[in-house]
Design a protein around this ligand. Structure first.
Ligand SMILES: [Mn+2]
Length: 344
């Protein structure tokens, strides 16, 4: 699937069926890219399907930065964004954005199971959300928000113009800036797609102003505690670092990488499952490592080459510190056994 196929599919759908309820679902704890792409796409679907009822769901709340952006641009009520809920009614069309695996959907998985029409738009390198849906997955894109801007471009080529309000464009810009780490990690399309956005200079300033706000105290405490508990293994000049925290595992892992780890893993034990956030620098592939760990631990996993998640239901079989060592050992064995953990 590509942008052309998706637009064609949507236009065919709008001719053939009456779509009155549309639900867009993001991954858990929606980051700015998840919500940016969801709201950007939602606006397009409203235009294409003659103003259906639109609900945007982020399972288990939105990230704090997302909430700040949503508040700043005043979109929460206007576009019916629900951070942390999966119990709105049925829908005629479900679109999942920025999500690789079922485990990232939490209870919102039911929208995929129940919907007659389902589309996945995602930029993660691997994913398991395929069976029932039409899937456009392309990891060449650095953000899902870029894919949505690409859809607008493609739609225009068919002669359909949708004027996108500024606050929606602002969120798309925020999504792109967030996932590209402020344009440090761009795709071949990023700059071209950004340049399509009217008033990009003004929006860039506005959005980066909001994004510069320091992270919350609880997050900074988690990062420091995670660093304090870190276990470090060096093998053939590769630094593997592991730790555990109660929350903010992805942020902790990101900081461990900045501090010098080649492979960082952060365990977080939740109520009835545990999660391992993995970040890697080249040539290691976090997505592949996560898939390997998921098989070993009996959970699900996936993500990008740089960052990925593993989720396993139940409690870890051993204490947290021991579990961190065990995961490090699994990764070492995995790296020694074959070169699958490396990109070629
Ligand atoms: Mn994303």
């Amino acid at each position: 699937m590509n942008a052309d196929n998706i637009i064609l599919h949507l236009m065919t759908l709008s001719r053939k069926r009456r779509i009155t309820r549309v639900t867009i679902v993001t991954h858990k704890h929606a980051d700015p890219d998840a919500v940016g792409s969801a709201i950007g796409l939602g606006y397009m679907l409203k235009a294409l399907f003659n103003s259906p009822e639109l609900t945007i769901l982020s399972p288990e709340d939105c990230a704090s930065l997302t909430l700040q952006l949503v508040e700043r641009f005043g979109v929460e009520e206007r576009y019916d964004l629900i951070c942390g809920g999966c119990d709105s009614g049925s829908s005629d069309l479900t679109v999942v954005v920025d999500t690789a695996n079922e485990s990232q959907l939490g209870n919102c998985i039911r929208y995929i199971r129940e919907s007659q029409n389902c589309i996945v738009i995602d930029h993660h390198s691997t994913g398991t959300l395929a069976d029932k849906c039409i899937v456009w997955r392309d990891s060449t894109y650095t953000s899902a928000s870029e894919m949505v801007v690409k859809l607008y471009e493609t739609l225009e080529l068919t002669g359909t113009y949708v004027i996108v309000p500024k606050e929606i464009e602002a969120l798309l810009v925020a999504g792109i800036l967030y996932d590209t780490k402020r344009l440090q990690r761009i795709s071949p399309y990023t700059l071209k797609l950004l340049s399509r956005i009217a008033d990009i200079e003004e929006l860039y300033k506005l959005v980066s102003g909001v994004m510069r706000v320091p992270s919350p105290l609880s997050e900074r405490i988690a990062v420091l505690k995670g660093m304090q508990r870190m276990i470090i293994k060096e093998i053939n000049n590769v630094l593997i670092a592991g730790t555990h925290v109660g929350s903010y595992e992805s942020q902790v892992a990101r900081n461990m990488l900045i501090a010098g780890a080649d492979i960082a893993l952060v365990l977080s034990v939740k109520k009835d499952f545990y999660r391992i956030a993995i970040r890697t620098r080249k040539p290691f592939d976090a997505g592949l490592i996560a898939s390997g760990l998921a098989i070993q631990l009996g959970g699900s996993g996936g993500g990008h080459a740089e960052s990925a998640l593993v989720e396993v239901s139940g409690k870890p079989p051993v204490r947290k510190e021991k579990m961190v060592s065990k995961i490090i050992q699994l990764i070492i064995t995995y790296l020694e056994r074959d070169t699958d953990g490396k990109e070629n």
